[in-house]
Write a protein that binds this ligand. Structure first.
Ligand code: GSH
Length: 263
């Protein structure tokens, strides 16, 4: 059994759990409480020196980096391959994976922490919040985290992060003009890679950026994925209602400020 260290709402963990489900693979679940700072505990850092989830343990090996993990799962699982056979289609899947790793994922904590958990974090005693941020190993991530928690969607980093998410939606809208999935006729690792970031927008009340009138192909793609039992099992079932309600309320509250940045 593969051991998975993950977090219910982490984008990279959603991606990996979705591929587990699509490949019909099971995992032995070890949840890491990111808001409580469990990712910084010594035993976990030995497994994942970047202090992040997800991590898997399989066959005596420790594997990190969600994009590499999903490719590994695709190779070891028996179900229909999520990487197409055609070399050019493989290249296109690789480009989506790179877009997520290089551009969209780095923007995700900005979007998330400026909106969803921000009011809750502002209620924590400052020393608790600061201790958690201080334990993050990357200096620029610490600076950004402090800024978005302090200034919310008015933080200087927010507009650029939002633009990165919107560019992703535009690229999806264009790609989905060729068929129901991002690459080829079947769901692939490209769809799995992008999915959590679309989900994140939906959770933060940003779903209006891909509704039937703004980006109808992305909306239909998302509707299609939401109906898959694998989505239910890997993403929806892990998201606690009270957290989703909190994110949505906080997202609605800041929507006017976000909308102002779009014009
Ligand atoms: N490149 C890594 C990034 C993983 C990552 O950033 N994980 C986030 C959750 S989505 C995390 O664990 N953050 C820890 C923190 O916020 O302190 C991967 O793809 O696995």
């Amino acid at each position: 059994m593969i051991k998975l260290y993950h977090n219910a709402l982490s984008t990279c963990a959603q991606k990996v759990r979705f591929v587990f489900a699509e490949k019909g693979l099971e995992f032995d679940s070890h949840e890491i409480d990111l808001l409580a700072g469990q990712q910084h505990e010594e035993w976990y850092v030995k497994l994942n020196p970047k202090h992040v989830v997800p991590t898997i343990e399989h066959g005596g090996h420790v594997l990190t980096e969600s994009s590499l993990i999903i490719q590994y799962l695709d190779r070891i699982g028996d179900a229909t391959p999520l990487m197409p056979q055609d070399p050019y289609a493989q290249y296109k899947v690789g480009k989506w994976i790179r877009l997520i790793d290089d551009v969209v994922h780095p923007a995700a904590p900005v979007i998330t922490f400026a909106i969803g958990p921000r009011p809750m974090l502002l209620q924590q005693p400052e020393e608790v919040r600061e201790a958690n941020i201080a334990a993050m190993p990357n200096e620029s991530s610490r600076t950004i985290r402090r800024s978005v928690i302090e200034h919310g969607v008015k933080a200087p980093e927010f507009a650029g992060a939002l633009r990165d998410f919107i560019d992703m939606l535009d690229q999806m809208e264009e790609a989905l003009g060729n068929g129901p999935w991002l690459v080829g006729d079947h769901i692939s690792l490209a769809d799995a890679s992008v999915l959590p970031y679309v989900v994140r927008m939906e959770h933060m009340a940003l779903g209006r950026l891909f509704d039937e009138s703004s980006r109808p192909r992305v909306r239909r793609w998302f509707n299609e994925i939401e109906q898959r039992p694998t989505y239910q099992k890997a993403v929806a079932d892990w998201a606690p209602d009270f957290v989703l309600d909190m994110f949505k309320t906080n997202g609605e509250a800041v929507w006017p400020d976000i909308e102002a940045q779009l014009n």
